[in-house]
Design a protein around this ligand. Structure first.
Ligand code: NAD
Length: 252
């Protein structure tokens, strides 16, 4: 089994800062990379705020908070961060050409046996891995927002992912304290595909005047025991992101 000690997270936005937080808390050395210094500064502030909240709730000790923050290097220097990585988790925006360009760079910069993971919510890990010379070491690790609270990591093996890579990704996710599911490459995996279906049905109901947006959400929340209604979830995800995901699933 591969020994993973250093995790490099690329993209320090909504998902990237959360992944860096849970990785540092689980005692991995972490590099958190972004092209924007402002994003890096705000990622640091958000991680600290969430750890402090954990302290108030009695889940995090002060030493753990300090140690976790000290384990993260916030940087715009992809070269240094990638070259130190045993595992890279990419969390840049959901655009295939952007992710492929980055994976080509990561393939150049990171050690030959490092695993390259994508946090894509819909795109194909096979297509992303195909631009590298190590497609058997490419996999999707799909985290959920907010990462430090949500329990699942959906692991998607591409057509080329090796058993060893799968085992290593599962082991890291378990070490982060997450539940895992292993999914074969298929558009939308399990979660994004079901979520799109439920969301679309809610959009149709709203359009048909079946009920108000608030009541559709309340029905699903209190009647079906979802933590959040499908329409408020779509707002949280962002309608621009949702429509892009739906267009992609529609094409596939
Ligand atoms: P985001 O826009 O909040 O963050 C993306 C970050 O990537 C930005 O800070 C941007 O500056 C940075 N970036 C762009 N190009 C870069 C590059 N070449 N190198 C380094 N950094 C770069 O996006 P997000 O919501 O965190 O989503 C990231 C990924 O996670 C997407 O693939 C998305 O589909 C997936 N995802 C999102 C959610 C969610 O709820 N937001 C949930 C699961 C998966």
């Amino acid at each position: 089994m591969m020994d993973i000690k250093t995790i490099t997270v690329v993209g320090a936005g909504t998902m990237g800062h959360g992944i860096a937080h849970v990785a540092a808390f689980a005692e991995y050395q972490v590099y958190l990379v972004d092209v924007s210094e402002d994003v890096l500064a705000s990622a640091r502030a958000k991680i600290e705020k969430n750890l402090r909240k954990g302290m108030e709730l009695g889940k995090v000790k002060e030493e753990q908070m300090k140690a976790a923050l000290a384990r993260i290097s916030f940087t715009a220097d992809l070269r240094t961060a990638a070259s130190a990585a045993d595992l890279v988790i990419e969390a840049v925006p959901e655009e295939l050409p952007l992710k492929q360009r980055l994976f080509r760079q990561l393939d150049e910069l990171s050690p030959p046996d490092a695993i390259l993971a994508t946090n894509t919510s819909t795109l194909s890990p096979s297509e992303i891995g195909s631009v590298t010379r190590r497609p058997h070491r490419v996999i999707a690790m799909h985290f959920f927002n907010p990462v430090h609270i949500m329990k699942l990591v959906e692991i998607i093996r591409s057509l080329d992912t090796s058993d060893e890579t799968c085992a290593a990704a599962l082991a890291v996710a378990h070490h982060l304290g997450k539940q895992t599911v292993l999914v074969n490459e298929s558009p939308g995996f399990v979660t994004s595909r079901i979520s799109a279906l439920v969301g679309n049905e809610a959009f149709y109901m709203l359009m048909e005047g079946v009920a108000s947006a608030e009541d559709i959400d309340r029905a699903i929340k209190f009647g079906l025991n979802y933590p959040m209604g499908p329409l408020e979830l779509a707002d949280l995800v962002g309608l621009d992101v949702r429509v892009r995901n739906l267009e992609y699933l529609h094409k596939m």
